[in-house]
Design a protein around this ligand. Structure first.
Ligand SMILES: [Zn+2]
Length: 199
């Protein structure tokens, strides 16, 4: 299946491509067009989401994946939220994407579009560190709420705060490729929510 990946950087796209491929048991190919949420560009992400959701339809893709780190936003998502939950990044992103519009358009024999939303708490590095077995000592949901915390997550995963792309890739991809999605869902509510969209 071919998806538009709207993520924060190239490593995120590769990690999410692997995670979706594993969970769905099918090869996932990114669209030729690269969509990027700028880091820290939350307002811009909300503006871009509906444009990308519709673009996936017009380009004849199978859907789109939207992923942005939680970065300390509150509240974090809960199954009790309705779509209007104020401050919850997952709910706000989903609402902003207005996917009911493209989902209502004719597909002429193509399978229904799939839209996936991921907001790792607090960052994608958290998911990868949990998958690697890192012991957060009870802080897995809170570390990364502020900038020093996010720098620490990078040091833990990559061994440095400002890794280059090759360093990120060589640390992140083997974890994504070997991780047990069910085990990660048990220790990370934000991953469990993402995983539930894939089942
Ligand atoms: Zn929510």
């Amino acid at each position: 299946m071919k998806l538009a990946f709207c993520v924060e950087d190239d490593t995120d796209e590769e990690v999410f491509r692997v995670l979706v491929s594993k969970a769905l048991g099918t090869e996932v190919v990114p669209s030729e067009t690269q969509y990027r949420f700028a880091r820290g560009g939350w307002t811009n992400a909300l503006r871009l989401a509906p444009i990308i959701a519709k673009d996936a339809y017009h380009k004849g893709l199978d859907g789109a994946l939207f992923a942005i780190d939680n970065d300390g936003a509150a509240p974090t998502h809960s199954v009790t939220h309705n779509d209007a939950a104020k401050g919850c990044r997952l709910c706000e992103l989903r609402t902003a994407a207005r996917i009911h519009e493209p989902l209502s358009w004719p597909r002429q024999g193509l399978p229904a579009l799939r839209y996936l939303f991921a907001v790792p708490v607090q960052t994608l590095e958290t998911w990868l560190l949990l998958a690697r077995g890192h012991d957060f000592k009870g802080e897995s949901e809170t570390l990364g709420r502020d900038q020093p915390g996010r720098a620490k997550l990078k040091r833990l995963l990559y061994g440095m705060e400002h890794p280059d792309r090759d360093t990120m890739r060589s640390a992140a991809l083997p974890i994504a490729e070997s991780l047990d999605v069910n085990a990660l869902a048990e220790v990370s509510p934000s991953f469990a929510d993402f995983f539930s969209q894939l089942r």
